[in-house]
Design a protein around this ligand. Structure first.
Ligand SMILES: NC(=O)c1ccc[n+]([C@@H]2O[C@H](COP(=O)([O-])OP(=O)(O)OC[C@H]3O[C@@H](n4cnc5c(N)ncnc54)[C@H](O)[C@@H]3O)[C@@H](O)[C@H]2O)c1
Length: 289
């Protein structure tokens, strides 16, 4: 572990790993230093290393685990290459950041939680939408009790993916992607829904593959009952010509509606519409939270 207050990072996987550097570590040099990059693709390794002046580059994950001066291992590899590396990084005493989907089953997540309990490091899954300003304001209103009883929520993830997207070999296959629109794409909107509406009690769902010639699902609908008794309806497709994400959560005193921004519905202000009259000061018609 490094001795300074700056945390040192090794990024594993140079696809979305680039965004972790450009939008995260690189913008906070007082907190983080990217010390090493790891990828089996030498071209990607060289390009990203040159772009961000990271001199230490390796094709070996095991070599990263042996780097005593690396504090944080940031796993940005395809979905099936999350579970074993998380356990190995924890066992090596590292903090772990891991892209979604963190693992592929409840049994695996139980093992990650158990391993984290025994380790010095923590596991931090990437759910970047949780950190949006609009989302956090809605969460605060709910947690303080102002929103009241949760009634119902609807969540739409209507995105577009074409055959070009599936040229990346791990995409579209159960063995390598572990799932389709539910696990890879709508995971963010569905995570936001449970973040605001609470735990799920039961699910009935249907899925289909209708948009691209792939194995995993690219259309899905689901009907949920939450532990609170609230009802939730989910719809997700990768065949929408206009892309939107939309979250609408109806509570006793307020309805939250996200923007329709497909990839950043959490950042813009969520519109708060009052459900009942008279209005309270914190809940005026069309007020923004
Ligand atoms: N949070 C988000 O919004 C978001 C967005 C895109 C992707 N992701 C997730 O990030 C992960 C990676 O997706 P991507 O789009 O960057 O994929 P990608 O295929 O573009 O990049 C993955 C990289 O990992 C490298 N790699 C593969 N096996 C490796 C190994 N054994 N050791 C080291 N490197 C290895 C590949 O060479 C490749 O460069 C996926 O789990 C995906 O779901 C999350």
């Amino acid at each position: 572990m490094s001795e300074s207050s700056i945390r040192t990072v090794a990024v594993i996987g140079c696809g979305i790993g680039r965004s972790h550097i450009a939008e995260g570590y690189w913008r906070h040099p007082d907190k983080f230093q990217v010390l090493a990059l790891c990828d089996i693709d030498e071209g990607r390794l060289a390009k990203l290393g040159d772009e961000f002046s990271v001199r230490r580059r390796t094709k070996s994950f095991d070599e990263v685990l042996r780097m005593d001066d690396v504090d944080i291992v940031d796993i940005c590899t395809p979905p099936t290459l999350h579970f074993a590396p998380i356990l190995a990084a924890l066992a090596a005493g590292k903090e772990v950041v891991c892209e979604k989907p963190i693992v592929g089953s409840l049994a695996e997540i139980d093992r990650v939680i158990a391993a984290e309990g025994r380790a010095a490091g923590r596991v931090m899954p990437i759910f970047q939408c949780r950190f949006g300003d609009g989302l956090q304001k809605a969460k605060r209103i709910i947690d303080t009790g102002i929103a009241g009883k949760p009634y119902l929520a609807t969540v739409e993830t209507a995105w577009k993916r074409t055959p070009t997207y599936y040229e990346t070999p791990w995409r579209g296959r159960w063995e390598t992607e572990l799932g389709g629109v539910l696990l890879t794409h709508a995971i963010h909107a569905h995570d936001l829904m449970t973040y605001l509406m609470g735990p799920v009690a039961s699910v009935f769902a249907r899925k289909a593959t209708r948009v691209n010639p792939i194995a995993v699902e690219d259309c899905a609908v689901a009907s949920l009952v939450m532990e609170s008794g609230a009802l939730v309806s989910l719809a997700a497709t990768l065949g929408s010509h206009k892309e939107i994400s939309r979250l609408r959560c109806c509570f006793e005193h307020v309805t939250f509606e996200s923007s329709h921004s497909p990839y950043r519905p959490h950042q813009r202000r969520l519109t708060a519409l009052p459900m009942h009259w008279p209005l309270t000061a914190s809940c005026r018609p069309g007020s923004k939270v």
